[in-house]
Design a protein. Structure first.
Length: 234
């Protein structure tokens, strides 16, 4: 009677599930016995998975790896629960048996024949950045409602923290432009005021000059009148 022939690492097939994307995982078979062991991989959904290789021979105390590729899905299964199963069958074969010698009849159970069956589950794992589901100890656990509400409440604050700096930058820019414009207006008004004052000063000189001329003429006339009066009397 044989003991356990193969050790399967890991015991479950875990796929990172993303819509319209393939996902693969690798499994290692460890031959724990002192015999040559043939294995065969079966699945309940052969159209959804590609297994390479599906059969093989493992020497005593040796290992063998096989890869399972899950085809792309258009829709996610309800609650991210997959009911697909895999079966790893193994049996002792004579020394010298090759892969070409493996047939389905080798794994048919009968009297005096030992065939070991090891079942494997399929577990779907959400992408690392997905907040919907998270893998915990090989099972998927939905995020609690209160955690979702916290994330929902935090979203606006995050959005506001993103918008406020932009608003502050715009406000500072507008204030800077208004200050610069006000400085330009002040400088323009100062120049216009200086020009106006210079023009008003020029007008005063022009207006004052005729008045002085009139005064001089009047003074000369009075002087001449004063000098000429005695001469007229004589």
């Amino acid at each position: 009677m044989y003991t356990e022939l193969l050790d399967i690492q890991p015991r479950d097939l875990k796929f990172i599930f993303e819509l319209k994307k393939q996902s693969s995982c690798s499994v290692r078979l460890v031959n724990k016995s002192n015999h040559h062991v043939a294995y065969k991989i079966k699945t309940t959904s052969p159209k959804k998975y590609c297994v390479r290789p599906t059969t093989g021979i493992i020497e005593p105390k040796s290992t063998c790896d096989f890869t399972v590729t899950m085809q792309a899905h258009r829709l996610a299964p309800p609650d991210m629960i997959c009911k697909d199963k895999f079966l790893v069958q193994s049996t002792v074969v004579p020394v010298g048996t090759t892969n070409d010698d493996i047939t389905s009849s080798m794994f048919a159970k009968g009297v005096g024949k030992y065939v070991e069956d090891s079942k494997m589950r399929v577990i779907l794992i959400s992408p690392p950045h997905s907040p919907v589901l998270s893998p915990i100890n090989g099972t998927l656990k939905p995020v609690p409602i209160y955690e979702a509400s916290i994330l929902k409440d935090e979203a606006p604050s995050t959005f506001e923290s993103f918008i406020l700096p932009k608003t502050a930058e715009v406000t500072i820019f507008k204030l800077t432009e208004e200050r610069r414009f006000a400085a330009q207006e002040t400088e323009t008004l100062r120049k216009e005021l200086a020009l106006l004052r210079s023009k008003r000063g020029g007008r005063r000189v022009q207006v004052g000059f005729p008045l002085l001329f009139v005064c001089m003429v009047a003074l000369v006339s009075i002087t001449l009148g004063y000098l000429l009066t005695p001469m007229i009397r004589q």
